[in-house]
Design a protein around this ligand. Structure first.
Ligand SMILES: [Zn+2]
Length: 303
């Protein structure tokens, strides 16, 4: 095993190959998380609502609400039931579930009913492989590598769930926030002092902007998930990288919003999820944040 790690440390090609194989496989799992986690959360909320109504309103005019209000997704989990074609219910067999390859071999269609399979699936697998490769090459064989990979994979799921549903699940952001604080004890990316201030500053900065924006416009421009996501980056990377993350995310988000307005694909009133831009900006800072800060300080003559 030690020899194997030794080889990996020296042979970039071997590390890169493993990164791509691991990346597409994790991407395949992320597709499941992105599709199912929001449905699972919704089913839980529905069940909680039914229970609450039963307890608080026994004399409900239409009778107490029953379980039929809970969606059929309530038995859904990340591991069961097995994947099926959403059009015909055809059970996806193991050889039809190989990342990217199966999509290409099947010509992007269900083997049973020939319905088109979303291009999203192979794209997420390819993206995950690409980002996994970038992280592996950036950090090499180090303690930072497994941590950075976990964060990268979580960010892919968060960004796409937020894009689809305007939702950043607590079940992903909060454990990662704690993990970031824990890693800081071992100085993996930053020290505990910077991580603690980062977590608090990350949350409070966006929370303050949110409250001011609501005071001025009466609208809610962000969600609480965005505050938690930035708190998470603060915990992982330290407060020093928060300004560049917010700046990059804001510029990218605003540019994208303007682009949508110009091309007429977005109505002004429609909210744009901020999470995907925060996730991209935070990921860039994870890999190159210190270099970006150093370059900025040099350009501005501060060091
Ligand atoms: Zn089908």
């Amino acid at each position: 095993m030690a020899d194997f790690i030794e080889i990996l440390a020296q042979q970039t090609e071997v590390l890169a190959l493993i990164a791509v194989v691991v990346g597409v496989s994790v991407g395949s799992f992320l597709n499941v998380v992105i599709m199912r986690l929001p449905k699972m959360m919704q089913a839980t909320w529905q069940r909680d609502c039914v229970e609450l109504l039963r307890e608080t309103a026994p004399a409900h005019p239409g009778g107490a609400p029953d379980e039929s209000l809970v969606s059929k997704d309530s038995s859904l989990s990340l591991s069961a039931p097995p994947s099926t074609c959403p059009h015909c219910g055809h059970r996806i067999r193991a050889y039809e579930n190989i990342p990217i390859l199966s999509y290409l071999l099947l010509g992007g269609r269900c083997s049973n009913c020939k319905a088109l399979i979303g291009l999203r699936y192979p794209l997420v697998e390819g993206l995950t492989a690409l980002l996994t490769l970038a992280v592996a090459l950036q950090f090499g064989m180090s303690w930072q590598l497994p941590a950075a990979l976990l964060l990268t994979w979580a960010l892919i799921a968060l960004a796409l769930i937020d894009y689809d549903h305007q939702l950043l699940p607590d079940s992903i952001t909060l454990p990662l926030l704690w993990l970031g604080l824990l890693l800081s004890l071992f100085d993996i990316f930053t020290d505990s002092h910077a991580a603690l201030i980062g977590a608090i500053a990350g949350y409070l900065s966006l929370w303050t902007v949110f409250q001011l924006f609501r005071l001025l416009t009466g609208k809610e421009g962000m969600g609480y998930g965005d505050f938690k996501l930035l708190a998470m980056f603060g915990a992982w990377l330290g407060w020093q990288l928060l300004p560049q993350i917010v700046l990059m995310a804001t510029v990218a988000g605003a540019s994208y919003g303007v682009l949508l307005l110009i091309t007429g694909q977005q109505q002004r009133a429609q909210p744009l999820p901020f999470g995907p831009f925060l996730a991209i900006a935070g990921w860039i800072s994870l890999l190159w944040g210190d270099a970006i800060n150093a370059a900025y300080l040099q350009v501005s003559g501060l060091s």
